[in-house]
Design a protein around this ligand. Structure first.
Ligand code: ANZ
Ligand code: ZN
Length: 823
């Protein structure tokens, strides 16, 4: 009796066997090329969702394909296990964050196993495990030693909902990346990583990543925000030697400056207003601005608000007195936190000058007559090109040239000079939360900031803490806070902030190459063997955050001599979302399709097949029940096909001998499928079209006549299973065994197609008479032009067409047509 396709039974069985035989363990044998295939590791939130299932299906088809192509493949998985949800769960349910996290991990790991993904679990990393975060702390100290970790007091982003500070990258449109609350500002002393030291390299090296989506590279470029211009120094006669330096992209407009503006938080402001009538008013304004978020302050339609400080600066070239203002639109942490106001040539400055009655002075003459000099600053600023006027020795110079000339002149005179500014800010890495790696620093009254000696790592998270969601739990543990100074042995306090969890994920892909190393985060030879990650698969939401931080980490560790590469990810694949009825799956919409349920109902192979078939990987994928049903039916169809021929195949069949037309056709189709699937998976990641080709092959197999060559049939079925192996690994393995194979389908070498086999024996050509198509003819393939001419002229069909007309000329195009010019 025919055996039915029972995915539940065969999937469990093969998952178990693969595990026992260690089939997915990384093969470290020398002599094979390496391939590092990596999917972003998940946060252990509790349950896998379809987005996860999609990433792993994509990663697994690539990893399995590469293995069959003779690569040694590193395909690891782990857990981005520190983070706020564990702490929130602790507040809500009272369970310890570690317990909650590890329970989620064990559940989700079992879910991953049920998908049949070929992860090498012997390399699993869990960022909240002491043997991992020990090395995160070690790396923090390395950054500290290299002058790349420092502490400063600053107005930092504060999420009231999460009760913690945030890095700039974690503030998306003025809101917290995690909880979407509006972010405010707080003046705090915090730890930073000096990512700005790497701004230029992070920018320039984007050009060396052709296998990254252009969109991601553009987002990083904009985030880094390089701007070329000049610094200009204005002296402050009333404060002795003090000066204000502004950053401008338009030094050519320097003679048009009529006022300057400092960010309200600028450190000089308080000294400038001291004892002046404006003091109280400006002080109030400063306090108000400190609380307001940047996004509100600088949005294009926000009202520009400013106050005169009562102080003046001296213009570096004219010596004029320039009034100093403070205003909301100038940010402390861009450029120098101070700007020169040129209302004639900048729209924002124009609006400000109009509002407060400040003078407007044109210094660029628009030669294109788009505006007359007299009109500039009446209704609008002139922001275009032109030549300089009212600019002393620079009069008459084209403004492009003057940008350089004035900047150089300033440099020669010690009044500034050409400079480059970046939008990128240093990475704020301290967090006032429990579930993260403690920052390995102590504060000693005698010695100040003292790093914990590396041999004392890890600084373990204390367990005697109060987690109430209100204050930093680490401060509640006396035994943690009170310590002794590693330097002098005196009384000291531990740093109670933990590290941004984005630090944990900035180096996990390095740890996979050497996960058990007890001496170092990873050994250089190991990491150099496996890096770069050849394919990195994950969501577009990390276009800046994780992907920028990881690039930064790799560069720092490269500079520290710990690895040879300075970019971590050679190729990046950002997969689209999984939608249901055109909308993102979400609990609140009630349209969530759970992987568990679907696997339960159809089996993992069906879900994998559907996911890969329904859309190319970068596109959004619309989940449809009919689509899943269709994929499921297809696997049943494959099963019945192979099952029906199983006894024949298992009995041993002769070699393919495609002589009859059906066999020739199937043989050709099989080779075509090998070619197409190899290119689609291996080169283009067009998994959907690879699958359609496999479906065509199955159709051909169903139509294959009883009496046609059995060897060709066996050849086609074997190859069908090999082509399916990376896509639907369980059913491919089961059927492989059913046709009498002793080994695993996943250990087969990926087949090469035979170009000869793709050539048709015969082709159809058309016969034209005076340019009109009149007949079709099947002729042997590969005829020369002369042979084709002769064949057509002498053919009965042609004779019938021509009757008594005379052929004047014959034009033959082999493989396509023969045109007869007759009269
Ligand atoms: C004078 C000037 C004249 C400017 C002009 C522009 C046009 P990007 O391209 O974004 O780098 N600026 C400098 N620092 C600032 C800060 N901290 N907050 C707000 N604005 C700041 O822009 C640089 C320009 O933005 C600078 O050039 C400065 O205004 C302003 F016709 O200086 B400019
Ligand atoms: Zn938040």
């Amino acid at each position: 009796m025919a055996r039915q396709y029972d995915p539940a039974q065969i999937e469990r069985k093969w998952q178990q066997r693969w595990k026992e035989s260690g089939q997915h363990k990384t093969n470290e044998a020398a002599g094979k090329p390496k391939f590092y295939c990596l999917e972003q590791f998940p946060y252990p939130s509790g349950r896998l969702h379809m987005g996860h299932m999609r990433v792993y299906s994509i990663g697994d088809i690539i990893a399995r394909y590469k293995r069959m192509n003779g690569y040694q493949v590193l395909h690891p998985m782990g857990w981005d296990a520190f983070g706020l949800p564990a702490e929130n769960a602790a507040v809500k349910y009272g369970a310890a964050p570690s317990k909650w996290t590890y329970e989620n991990i064990s559940y989700m790991k079992q879910q991953m196993e049920r998908i049949g993904v070929s992860f090498d679990w012997s390399r699993e990393v869990t960022t909240c495990a002491p043997d991992y975060y020990k090395w995160t702390q070690w790396l923090f100290l390395l950054f500290y030693e290299r002058g790349l970790a420092y502490r400063k007091k600053a107005y930092v982003n504060w999420c009231p909902e999460c009760s913690t500070v945030l890095a700039n990258e974690q503030v998306i449109d003025g809101r917290c990346w995690r909880c979407d609350s509006e972010v405010t500002k707080k003046d705090l002393e915090q730890w930073f990583f000096r990512i700005t030291d790497y701004a230029e390299r992070l920018l320039a090296d984007l050009d060396g990543l052709p296998r990254w989506p252009e969109k991601v590279r553009t987002m990083q470029r904009n985030w880094i925000g390089k701007s070329e211009g000049a610094n200009v120094t204005f002296t402050l006669p009333e404060l002795g030697d003090e000066a204000i330096t502004v950053f401008t992209t338009r030094p050519d407009t320097l003679y048009g400056v009529t006022y300057m503006v400092l960010a309200p938080e600028h450190p000089l402001v308080r000294r400038l207003i001291a004892g002046k009538p404006q003091e109280a008013e400006v002080t109030r304004f400063i306090e108000q601005m400190k609380k307001e978020s940047e996004i509100v302050r600088t949005s294009a339609d926000a009202e520009k608000v400013g106050y005169f400080t009562g102080a003046y600066a001296k213009h570096p070239l004219t010596g004029e007195e320039i009034p100093i203002w403070v205003a909301n639109y100038v940010l402390l942490d861009y450029g120098t936190g101070a700007v020169m106001g040129v209302p004639a040539h900048d729209e924002r400055d124009f609006a400000f000058a109009k509002k407060y009655g400040l003078p407007i002075k044109a210094v660029i003459n628009p030669l294109d007559q788009s505006m007359l000099v007299e009109e500039i600053g009446v209704d609008a600023a002139y922001t275009g090109e032109g030549t300089l006027i009212h600019s002393g020795p620079f009069d008459g110079m084209p403004n492009r040239e003057a940008i350089r000339a004035i900047a150089d002149y300033l440099r020669q005179n010690g009044q500034g000079g050409p400079t480059v500014s970046y939008r990128l800010r240093d990475w704020l890495v301290s967090r006032q939360r429990y579930w993260g790696a403690p920052i390995p620093i102590v504060y000693c009254d005698q010695c100040g900031i003292v790093p914990v000696p590396k041999e004392q790592l890890p600084v373990l998270l204390p367990e005697d803490v109060v987690i109430d969601g209100k204050r930093n739990p680490l401060t509640s543990s006396e035994s943690f806070v009170n310590t002794t100074c590693p330097n002098c042995g005196g009384k000291a306090r531990r740093e109670t902030d933990t590290m941004d969890t984005f630090i944990d994920s900035s180096w996990y892909y390095l740890r996979y190459t050497d996960p058990d190393n007890e001496e170092l985060p990873f050994a250089k030879d190991k990491v150099d063997k496996w890096l770069q990650v050849d394919e990195y698969i994950g969501g577009i939401e990390h276009a800046i955050l994780h992907l920028l931080y990881s690039r930064f980490f790799t560069k720092v560790l490269h500079d520290a001599g710990m690895l040879s590469y300075d970019e971590p990810f050679r190729s990046l694949l950002t997969q689209g979302m999984v939608l249901k009825d055109g909308a993102k799956m979400s609990k609140s919409k009630g349209n969530v399709v759970s992987p568990d349920e679907m696997i339960e109902k159809y089996g993992a192979d069906t879900v994998r097949l559907f996911i890969l078939f329904a859309a190319p990987p970068e596109r959004d994928l619309d989940w449809t029940d009919t689509g899943v049903e269709g994929s499921h039916r297809f696997l049943h169809r494959v099963w019945r096909l192979v099952e029906g021929h199983a006894s024949l195949l298992a009995g041993g069949v002769p070699k393919a001998n495609p002589q009859d037309p059906a066999a020739k056709d199937l043989y050709r189709m099989t080779h075509f499928a090998i070619k197409k699937v190899s290119e689609d998976i291996g080169e283009r990641y067009a998994f959907n079209t690879a699958i359609s080709t496999i479906m065509e092959l199955v159709n051909k197999l169903y139509a294959y006549p009883e009496e046609a060559d059995r060897g060709t049939l066996a050849f086609a079925i074997e190859h069908l299973l090999i082509l399916l192996a990376p896509i639907t690994p369980h059913i491919a393995e089961e059927l492989w065994q059913m046709i009498g194979k002793q080994d695993s389908v996943h250990e087969q070498s990926w087949p090469a197609y035979d170009p000869q086999a793709l050539v048709l024996d015969e082709v159809e050509i058309v016969i034209q008479v005076n340019g009109k198509v009149r007949e079709k003819l099947i002729v042997p393939n590969g005829l020369s032009r002369e042979e084709l001419e002769q064949l057509v002229i002498n053919h009965d069909k042609t004779k019938a067409l021509l009757q008594d007309k005379t052929v004047r000329k014959v034009v033959a195009v082999p493989g396509k047509l023969v045109n007869l010019v007759v009269s």
